[in-house]
Write a protein that binds this ligand. Structure first.
Ligand code: DQA
Length: 144
């Protein structure tokens, strides 16, 4: 739908709240969705919010959104590191895409976490602001 912001979440983000809270915080994905919906409503935009653990589903969602959307916010989670089908799908979309990570991936202990392959296909990246990163991304896309 034109004017709609799509917020996409990758694997294991369904377990936010109980998943490594020292890194990812205590907010659940439902909490983050509520904050995104409130921000979109305040800006007069519609918003769709989804999560999947399946790469083919993420690819299908991105393909379906390749035209007619106001923007996409994506936390690719572990698809950031080997999700080449997700990367190729993002290259098809004609709206701005903001990559969001709750944690600062450049400050994480594991070297492999620092380099998201997805970043080369997105407009901007927000990493390390927790749930605020989602809200800021929605606000930016809504204001364009
Ligand atoms: C994450 C960071 C990734 O390294 C990790 O695989 C995730 C979550 C984040 O939001 O900080 O699943 O994308």
């Amino acid at each position: 739908m034109a004017g709609t912001i799509l917020v996409l979440n990758g694997p294991n983000l369904n377990l936010l709240g109980e998943r490594e809270p020292a890194i990812y915080g205590t907010a659940t994905l439902a909490d983050i969705e509520a904050r995104c919906r409130a921000e979109a409503a305040a800006q007069g935009c519609t918003l769709e919010f989804r999560q999947t653990n399946a790469e083919h589903e993420m690819v299908a969602w991105i393909q379906a959104a390749r035209t007619g959307h106001a923007g996409i916010v994506i936390n690719p989670a572990a698809f950031s590191y080997a999700g080449y089908p997700v990367l190729d799908a993002l290259k098809l979309v004609d709206c701005p895409v903001i990559e969001v990570h709750l944690s600062n991936i450049h400050r994480r202990d594991e070297a492999w976490r620092k380099n998201s392959i997805i970043t080369q296909a997105v407009t901007a990246i927000v990493s390390g602001l927790g749930a605020d990163g989602y809200v800021l991304a929605v606000r930016h896309l809504a204001s364009r």
